[in-house]
Ligand binder design. Sequence first.
Ligand code: AMP
Ligand code: ZN
Length: 503
Amino acid sequence: MSLKLYNTMGRKLEEFKPLHEGFCGFYGCGPTVYNYAHIGNLRAYVFLDVLDRVLCFLGYKKKHVMNITDIGHLSGDADDGEDKMVKQAIERKQSVLEIADFYTKAFFNDIERLNIKKPDVVCKATDHVQEMIDLIKQIEANGHTYMAGGNLYFDVTTFDDYGKLANLKLDELKAGAGERDVVVVDENKRNPYDFVLWFTKSKFENQALVWDSPWGRGYPGWHIECSAMSMKYLGRHFDIHTGGIDHIPIHHTNEIAQSEGAFSSEERNAGPWVNYWLHNEFLVIQKEKNDDSSDDTAKMSKSSGNFLTLQTLIDKGYDPLDYRYFLLGAHYRSQAKFSWDSMDSAKNSRKALVQRAAKVFASYDGKSVDESSLSEKAKDYLAKFTTAIENDLATPQALSYVQVAIKDSELQASEIVTIVRKMDEVLGLKIEDCAKEFNKKESAQVDTHEGDPEAEEITALVLERTQAKKDKDFAKADQIRNDLQARGVIIIDTPNGPIWKRN
Ligand code: AMP
Ligand code: ZN
């Protein structure tokens, strides 16, 4: 098998063929840091993390780039509304950069708690304004722009295939049809779908951050930052671009137009800017049952008040990994329906997984088993797991294989340890750490046997087993373990020697 990914461009599953053998360059649209990320936003980054981990699991070298939007993202993606950063700064009486700094730190704290690996490159929009200006100059030189009302616009009619990603047709768009239903009235625009590359007319009298440019002192439109930064770090053509599905009709559609609009004819002939477009579906909130509307879900959005942060989940007693587990249980291209019941069920399933793993690690002798010397059955689990993740990152199936393998009594503990470690490279559930932590807590509770009349005898048997293991008399050691198990006593091997407890 080989990696297959669902490409939004063309709407089909395709075999992943990187531009450079064995290497994948990819870019994910990062957060706009004017507030805490909500758990819907965080779904986008767990998905991106799974992609990153799958590439590594399959042996690719990779470069993962993520932007931090700290300027220019208006409350409407199509240039309408207010600048989200500036609005927050005014309300909080802080500078834009202070706001950005605070919420960037909060974002990285969240992703660390979700065991999301930090991207290889994290780049801030405000550090790359010169790159944006340079790119806009190329777009202008290729004849795609016009000035109106003090702003520089991209003229979408000059770009063949505008809207291809979202299956948009300009004629239909003018009539307001198609996947994109946002029509912004801006009298400066020649076409409703034209978008701003550079603003000089600020909606705020004291626009906090402005830069000199060939078009006047001002600031960049939101879309240009992703084109400029991805190209800077990944080159003029790269493999994969990701984001939530909301980005298909406007943000990514405009990113393609301006990036390829900056291409020379050689670059155009060399192929598209990005080969694979991957989009995660939304996290929605399951409405209360007493709501009698036909739609039983609500969008997670800050404005509607349906806005939960990771910290809210923690405050309610969930581990961030419970939320990660919940997300892995839904395929990234399906809506994930959030409810407290579904969080409880994720929490319980993860707990059961950790407890299973704890038993395995307790009886594991520490000897590592090479993947090639695994039994056929263990190899089969790994093969099925690999097939699942190669099939467009099918995490629900992948998760089911770890759950089954971990309780397969035909496998030796050392084999289970090997395959669980391998599978967890993709799942990122910290199964081994959690299992060991669980055993540590258990041992803290059971290492004294005061008031237990049988304790002396059991302790003596445990010591006898330890001696048998030292003498390499494994048959005897196993016999003692089994006898004790039959009496309801479990031996837990810890780094400080064995302890026992009643089952
Ligand atoms: P933002 O910080 O608003 O720029 O969004 C960050 C990322 O979260 C983008 O990739 C969005 O597409 C994605 N996103 C926003 N809302 C949701 C949601 N409810 N579920 C999943 N992804 C979302
Ligand atoms: Zn972007």
